[in-house]
Design a protein around this ligand. Structure first.
Ligand code: MN
Length: 249
């Protein structure tokens, strides 16, 4: 857990902090209570500012994603996003006892450091949970039906999301997300942006995220991003993705 904001720093950070509290609908008492924790089980959608434990071991996604890549990705890259996010939040008077989602929805008010690291932390907390040892099966039912209805077939959906990742120039993400009309959409964002951000071209709630930064696959796949993406489907945790969908529709 990050250190709770002290009364002194609360009092001296001034109006920007007060504005954050007002925007988040939080009282000063709640602000002083410290940061919230991520609740990311089936049916919950709230992300905290701290990195949560990986829900499996580094080796569990072999051979799709190798152990060393998972270790560096989680313990170095993703850990740094959380650390730098908390540093930026503290500097900019952003209360850490509100869901990170709330901050991302108004990210245009804050610095590039908060945008990059807030997105980076959120995206990875989601990404880890979108995967599972050996993958989990996509059940027949409302969610699968919605995928088929939206994209033509399950295979067509996979092709479109894979293409979004393969065609992302440089670093970024491919997403399955739900837009404001509760329609399933596929899209891609650069760097650590995501569809929750008010300044993003695509807007909605991410259900499934695919990291196509080179750090996610380079040790095993080098320049072969397409091979990484094609294999990645074998470890998708459909149980988790479907749970997110069911909460929102
Ligand atoms: Mn990454």
């Amino acid at each position: 857990m990050a250190k709770p904001i002290s009364r002194r720093s609360f009092l001296t950070t001034g109006t920007k902090t007060a504005a954050s509290i007002a925007l988040a609908g939080l009282s000063g008492g709640e602000l002083l209570a410290g940061c919230i924790s991520t609740k990311s089980g089936r049916g919950t959608l709230q992300t905290g500012f701290d990195q949560t434990p990986l829900p499996y071991s580094y080796a569990d996604l072999e051979p799709v994603i190798d152990t060393r890549t998972m270790e560096i990705h989680y313990s170095k890259h993703a850990a740094a996003y959380s650390t730098n996010l908390k540093e930026a939040a503290k500097a900019e008077g952003v209360a850490m006892n509100q869901p990170l989602e709330t901050v991302l929805q108004q990210i245009s008010k804050y610095s590039m450091k908060l945008r990059n690291n807030g997105g980076g932390h959120y995206n990875h907390e989601l990404f880890w949970r979108c995967m599972h040892k050996g993958g989990t099966a996509l059940e027949t039912g409302q969610f699968r039906n919605a995928l088929v209805q939206s994209f033509g077939s399950f295979e067509a959906f996979q092709t479109q999301l894979s293409d979004a990742g393969k065609n992302r120039f440089g670093s970024g993400w491919a997403w399955l997300y739900l837009d404001k009309d509760k329609q399933l959409r596929i899209g891609s964002t650069p760097n650590q942006d995501n569809p929750l951000m008010d300044l993003c071209d695509i807007k909605g709630t991410p259900l499934l995220g695919l990291d196509v930064w080179e750090h996610a696959y380079y040790l095993n796949y080098q320049n072969r991003r397409a091979d990484y993406i094609n294999n990645w489907w074998k470890v998708v945790n459909w149980n988790f993705v479907q749970g997110r969908y069911q909460v929102l529709v």
